[in-house]
Write a protein that binds this ligand. Structure first.
Ligand SMILES: [Zn+2]
Length: 140
């Protein structure tokens, strides 16, 4: 293969990687202002929920294998947030993801550690908590 073809091939590959990084938001950085807004939202959730426990540990993960926006682990009392989602879409995290995840935590707590009837973690009880936490129960 001629040198120009190699150059074109390598440049195309690099362009592809750059597009992938841009499209997935993997280059985004969570600003201190957005992190403070997210922390305030979590504090508000805890205030609304009135759980007789300390707030959960909030974990930001940059693990590329973590392909979802957030995950509540009731048994560890943690809420894991995808760092890149928080950095690139902080309003989504504040308005939809945090009430969604916090409702999992609260409903799990009041159900004695189980996520939902017949394994449905997004049942009516969870939806009621999303509404009480000022979230969107249609975001599942
Ligand atoms: Zn969920």
């Amino acid at each position: 293969m001629k040198l120009t073809r190699w150059v074109i091939l390598i440049c195309t590959f690099l362009l592809f990687i750059m597009m992938l990084v841009l499209l997935t938001g993997c280059n985004a950085t969570l600003s201190p202002e957005d992190e403070a807004r997210i922390n305030r939202r979590f504090a508000f959730m805890h205030q609304l929920a009135q759980l007789p426990r300390p707030p959960p540990e909030i974990i930001y993960t940059r693990d590329p294998g973590f392909e979802i926006s957030g995950l509540t682990t009731c048994s560890n009392w943690t809420i894991t947030i995808n760092y890149y989602v928080a950095a690139s879409r902080p309003d989504f995290v504040i308005e939809k993801l945090i009430p969604h995840e916090y409702a999992h935590l609260v409903s799990c707590f009041y159900r004695g550690g189980t996520s939902g009837k017949d394994g449905n973690a997004h049942d009516d009880y969870w939806k009621q908590w999303v509404v009480r936490l000022d979230g969107d129960p249609t975001y599942i």
